[in-house]
Every structure is written in C-alpha cells, then in structure tokens.
Write a protein that binds this ligand. Structure first.
Ligand code: PEP
Length: 260
C-alpha cells in the first residue's frame, strides 16, 4: 500500500507500506538553496549507527577530507539518526559547511498524537534538506525492473509533476543492500533508465529530465566510478561505506577514480 499526503508546507510524504526496491529521498527544504537539476548527489545513510557526538565528529572529518572543488562537483549529504540531527545542524551552520543533511524517515502527519513519530515540518525546522521515505531494511524482494516500475507508479501516483521533478529516487536491488554484492554498472543504468522513461511517460519529459536517480547497494570506492559513468545515474545512496569519512570522501571524489 502507498500513502501520499501533502502537508501544509506542500511537503509530499510518500511511504511504501510493503517491501520495496524504490526508495525516495525527497527535498523538504522550505527555505534556502535548491541544487541545480541533476547535480550529482552522494548521500550517506548512516542507519542506526553512532551517537550525536560521533555524528558530529564524522561530519567534521568528512568536511576536512573534501575540498571546495569536490563540493563544486557533487552535493554531499549525510542521513544520521534523528538524535544526531541537532548536533549536525549546529556544526554545519556554525562552520558554514557545504554538507547537506537529512533524516531517515518521517511521519505522514504534520503533528498530533503520534507517539514516536517525527514530522516533515520538524525536520525542516532542523534544516534537513532530505529525508528517506520508504527505506525498509527488510523488504519483499522484487526480481526485475517491472516490479520496480510498479512500485514507482504507486509511490508517485497523485504527486504533481513539479514535486516529482524535485525528488531523488534511489534504485536499490534488495540483494545488494549491505551484502557486499553490487549491481553491474550496466544493470544500474538499465534500472535508472527504465525509471526515467516511466517518469517521462507519466509526468512528462521535462520532469524526467530533472529528477535525480541514485544507485544504492554496497557502493564502495572500488565500484563507484563505473556506476557514476552511466548516463542515467545521478549519484549514490551509500550505507556501510559512508560510516568511514575517508572512504565516503573518496566515493564523493569518484571522478578521480578509474572507471575500468
Ligand atoms: C542502504 O541501506 O541504503 C545501502 C545502500 O546500504 P549499503 O551501502 O551498506 O549496501
């Protein structure tokens, strides 16, 4: 089942209530800059790793490992646990870092009696630029691109084209998440291209040309370059390898790595 809810801030909430291969990372920034269309995005999903002090230290390490040129070439984002967001915000704002940050989930509600939930407006107040929606660690496994496209249609049904254009969609083969097994660059391209074509059919070519599509699933320094060389892959959702600031920085500098 898919629920799509527009909040007061026109923040669209897309949640998949069943297993999925498609994860949407959505731009929820209410104020401030938006990145240009299809600017590469390298997003680190830290899952339930580290406390707030470790998160701040990780962001400091990442910021010092990356140069101004690196930030000119790619947008870098981290998605720490909720408890680290305020610490990361204080650091990023105080040191004027060019690292974006976001959360790993959000409530479909703006506020109310929903114990344990965190809303889009709360995250926006904390300066979150992104939030993961629909990322389940335990998924029903779909075997092919058609399954993924079915999920995509369900997720985006009723979402207006301008909102779709600002989404980031991550294609993550379930067998590749946290396993060390990575899709081939060709397979990542096939899926990304199919997702873009489907968006073009449903929401128009302009929207399809703007939406960023990431590959996720065991991305490492050793495999990122050929994946990023694919024309429809606009970035990566990086789990385990993003927990090491040095490795994540190298992944963000994929342009310097050999494609072969
Ligand atoms: C993820 O869970 O989004 C992910 C891509 O994890 P990993 O890189 O560890 O496979």
């Amino acid at each position: 089942m898919v629920r799509i809810i527009a909040s007061r801030q026109a923040v669209l909430t897309v949640r998949l209530a069943s297993g999925d291969l498609v994860v949407t990372v959505r731009n929820i920034r209410r104020h401030g800059r938006f990145v240009k269309a299809r600017f590469p995005l390298m997003a680190g999903n830290w899952k339930m790793h580290g406390d707030h002090l470790q998160a701040v230290a990780q962001v400091q390490k990442l910021a010092s490992a990356l140069s101004a040129k690196d930030f000119d070439c790619s947008e870098v984002a981290v998605l720490p646990p909720f408890t680290s967001l305020r610490g990361v915000q204080t650091l990023v704002d105080g040191d004027k870092l060019r690292i974006a940050y976001g959360a790993q989930d959000l409530s479909p509600h703006d506020s109310g009696a929903y114990t344990g939930e965190v809303s889009g407006p709360m995250l926006a107040e904390l300066g979150c630029r992104y939030v993961l929606a629909g990322h389940f660690e335990v998924r029903q496994s779909g075997q092919h691109v058609a399954y993924t496209l079915g999920q995509l249609d369900g997720s985006l049904d009723g979402v207006p084209a301008p909102a779709v254009a600002s989404l980031v969609i991550a294609y993550e083969p379930v067998w590749a998440i946290g396993t060390g097994e990575v899709a081939t660059a060709e397979d990542a391209q096939e899926a990304a291209s199919a997702i873009r074509s489907q968006i073009s059919v449903v929401h128009g070519p302009e929207t399809a040309g703007s939406v960023r599509i990431l590959y996720g699933g065991s991305v490492k320094v050793s495999n990122i370059a050929p994946i990023m060389a694919q024309p429809d892959v606009d970035g990566a959702l990086v789990g385990g390898a993003s927990l090491d600031a040095g490795q994540f920085a190298q992944i963000c500098r994929y342009r310097e790595l050999s494609v072969s």
